[in-house]
Design a protein around this ligand. Structure first.
Ligand SMILES: [Zn+2]
Length: 210
């Protein structure tokens, strides 16, 4: 696979998907791009694109429902709350990455949201087996909280916390799902190569090569 097509795989519809966890991908909707920190969830249309790109909203019915929120003030208010929540989550993730627990205030917030927005599940037959699947239907923007809070709670109880990591060179967070657990960068294309080239040039300068 060449670098260009790999780079394409890091991005879906203008959003970064390198985290292995959808909730961390949500955190990464404010990456540092060429012109500095860049908010990618700029409006309700952008949120709709992220929900679809991330697979949070996938059925034809739900997509149509979400499309109907384009000029909804409720959706605008939800987006504001979501962005504020994302920043509190960022703080919690930074704490986890430095070996601490998230703040008690954040844990209580998640607890009250778990009660307010429970995520129902149901059993379905798939390939001759029963699977337990979330039973989510999005009728109003606030219904989006259920999958978001569910994923947040899963992240907070993650036992392999050392695999929750921030890129060594930018603000992007990810869950290291590699076998060795030695992933250092958000993506080889975005930061990895840049750092390798810089290190190579530094070595070259140090040895006096031109
Ligand atoms: Zn990076």
């Amino acid at each position: 696979m060449n670098a260009a097509s790999q780079e394409l795989n890091d991005w879906i519809d203008g959003f970064l998907f390198v985290a292995n966890r959808r909730i961390l991908d949500l955190l990464n909707t404010k990456p540092v791009l060429e012109n500095g920190p860049t908010e990618l969830l700029t409006d309700v249309r952008a949120l709709e694109r992220w929900l679809i790109a991330s697979g949070t909203v996938s059925s034809v019915r739900d997509k149509a429902e979400v499309r109907g929120w384009r000029s909804s003030t409720e959706a605008e208010a939800f987006l504001k709350q979501l962005i504020a929540f994302r920043e509190r989550l960022r703080d919690a993730v930074l704490r986890i990455e430095s070996g601490m627990l998230p703040s008690e205030v954040f844990v209580s917030e998640v607890n009250s949201m778990l009660l307010q927005y429970p995520r129902p599940t149901s059993l379905r037959k798939r390939d001759g087996k029963l699977v337990r699947e979330p039973l989510v239907e999005f009728h109003k923007p606030a219904d989006l909280w259920a999958p978001i809070i569910d994923a947040t709670a899963d992240l907070l109880v993650e036992t392999e916390t050392s695999r929750i990591r921030k890129c060594e060179s930018c603000v992007v967070h990810f869950f290291d799902a590699s076998k060795k657990g030695s992933r250092r960068w958000c993506s080889m294309n975005i930061c990895g190569n840049k750092l390798k080239v810089a290190a190579y040039q530094q070595r070259k300068r140090a040895t006096g090569d031109s």
